[in-house]
Design a protein around this ligand. Structure first.
Ligand code: ATP
Ligand code: MG
Length: 492
């Protein structure tokens, strides 16, 4: 058995894995889903077909991780699956039919049933050709990693694990069922998936798998941008993104799919005139993650995390060494926002996501432009207006962007930012008050009272404003009546 390769300092603490505990967890999970899947499995058995829980749900049940998906595999072909779920499911969909998948809903459960596959690939094509198979073992053999190649046949609960996935699960290792070179040649996206699962599960990637990823990194180029993007998003939103990103950079995959990231590592300044931008970036990402509880949904938040990852990508292009030995990165915010936009467009992100991330990258330095606490009201207002709906994420990014080891400097930056946030809160409260108007304007007052411009209009206006602040908004008719009552009580 080979030893894991990921450096120990990045290894997250994984709880110890005991087979007995894992078995108990799986039994509990199978009891939980039995009312849904056992009757279904009986239908398949009656028709002479095998039905088995497979992949993610088996892995996650063994790990005790919650997983809402019920992924099943079967000897039945898609038409037959469809026939067998009709009358059982509440709703059925077949958008995955060409890949062998029929989806359905039963109560609150989403169930996806896929015909056994034994793919044969054209190595130059972007998508695997789908060839249906006849055995569960064959289906498991074409899956990406041994920990994803375990199945439990239902309703009898026989555990099928031809590649000893449970051993790799216990050791926290990602390994391919066959030779990694063959697996990645069949579907290069699996290299991205290795990094994604490393980030999600906190697992190590077996050395021979890392070696194959390194040797074959450029093969990722044939994969569609959308599939690469989806794996990247899952990786970035995972509990241990540093782990996945480090692997992408070390294997050369990042140079193909997100070259701005390894470019930061190349920028290491051998004379230490500035900090290591790559390492700084990963720290900022982790600090941004720690601040996600500030967001309405509490995270994980892709936009905030990706902005942290991209915030300094403008630095390599803008670095200048001055004669006095100092270094500058003028306009790296603007340049970085442009590079971010281009990269996200290439990865087919939505315009909303691109705009949000690019805005954060562009604004990430703004806070530092105003010195300490000397912001004018108008500077605060402009900050809020320019951040728009990204203001909360900008707070997160700006705070996360402080990685100084100087505790006093860090505390000062934090205090200054606390001040800015307090100013923003106070000002926006005041501005809301200032935005409140009486229910009638000056010309309506003149019309109701039958008078021309003069101090009486101002007095009436102030009276209506008081009423508005005391009582909240009123209808125009009520405001007219209130105005007439005031005029009667205050003849001039
Ligand atoms: P999650 O849904 O939690 O992200 P998962 O393991 O279910 O994780 P999916 O992408 O939903 O991952 O894939 C379901 C299963 O299908 C995997 O567990 C794996 O067995 C198999 N699989 C998916 N994509 C591939 C692939 N490109 N190559 C080989 N097997 C794959
Ligand atoms: Mg899944």
């Amino acid at each position: 058995m080979s030893t894991p390769t990921t450096p120990p300092e990045t290894s997250p603490a994984r709880p110890p894995f005991s087979i007995a505990d894992a078995q108990a967890r799986v039994a509990a999970e199978l009891d939980r889903i039995a009312p849904v899947v056992d009757p279904l499995a009986q239908r398949f058995a009656d028709a002479g077909h095998t039905l088995a829980l497979v992949g993610g749900p088996v892995r996650d049940a063994l790990l005790g991780r919650p997983n809402a998906d019920l992924d099943l595999t079967t000897s039945a072909r898609p038409d037959e699956i469809e026939r067998l779920v009709k009358g059982w499911a509440d709703a059925v969909w077949d958008i995955g039919r060409d890949f062998g998948t029929i989806g359905c809903r039963k109560g609150d459960w989403t169930v996806e049933i896929t015909t056994y596959r034994s793919e044969s690939y054209d190595p130059s094509s972007r998508h695997p050709d789908v060839v249906f198979g006849d055995t569960l073992a064959g289906d498991l053999g074409r899956r990406d990693f041994t920990v994803n190649a375990m199945a439990i046949v239902l309703p009898g609960r026989e555990f099928e694990d031809p590649y000893a996935g449970i051993v790799d699960l216990a050791h926290g290792v990602l390994r391919t069922p066959g030779r990694p070179e063959d697996s990645f040649s069949d579907d290069p996206l699996r290299m991205m998936r290795a990094a994604r699962f490393a980030a999600q599960l906190g697992f190590d990637v077996a050395p021979e798998v890392v070696a194959a990823m390194t040797a074959m990194a450029e093969r990722i180029d044939i994969i569609s941008a959308e599939r690469v993007r989806d794996e990247l998003v899952k990786l970035v939103c995972a509990p241990h993104p540093r782990r996945g990103l480090t692997l992408l950079v070390q294997t050369g995959l990042a140079a193909r799919v997100l070259p701005e990231l390894p470019a930061l590592a190349l920028e290491r300044d051998e004379h230490h005139r500035h900090k290591d931008v790559y390492e700084h970036t990963l720290t900022v990402l982790e600090q941004a993650i720690a601040l996600e509880s500030r967001l309405p949904d509490g995270g994980p938040d892709f936009v905030s995390r990706f902005a942290a990852l991209m915030h300094d990508v403008g630095k390599p292009k803008t670095r200048r060494f001055l004669d006095d030995g100092t270094v500058t990165f003028h306009h790296h915010d603007v340049v970085g926002a442009k590079l971010t936009r281009k990269r996200m467009q290439a990865l087919r992100f939505s315009n909303d996501q691109i705009d949000a991330v690019a805005k954060l990258v562009e604004l990430h330095l703004r806070f530092h432009g105003y010195g300490s606490g000397q912001w004018t009201d108008s500077a605060v207002r402009r900050y809020v207006r320019d951040a728009g709906d990204q203001l909360e994420r900008l707070h997160i990014l700006t705070r996360a962007d402080s990685t100084t080891r100087n505790a006093r400097k860090a505390a000062r930056l934090q205090r200054t930012y606390d001040d800015i946030e307090a100013r923003i809160a106070r000002l926006s409260e005041e501005e809301e008050l200032a935005a409140i108007r009486p229910d009638l304007d000056g010309s309506q007052i003149m019309e109701v009272l039958g008078i021309g411009p003069g101090p009486r209009v101002g007095a009436a206006y102030r009276h209506l404003l008081d009423l508005r602040l005391d009582q909240g908004p009123m209808t125009e008719d009520a405001a007219r009546e209130a105005l007439l009552a005031w005029a009667a009580a205050h003849p001039d």
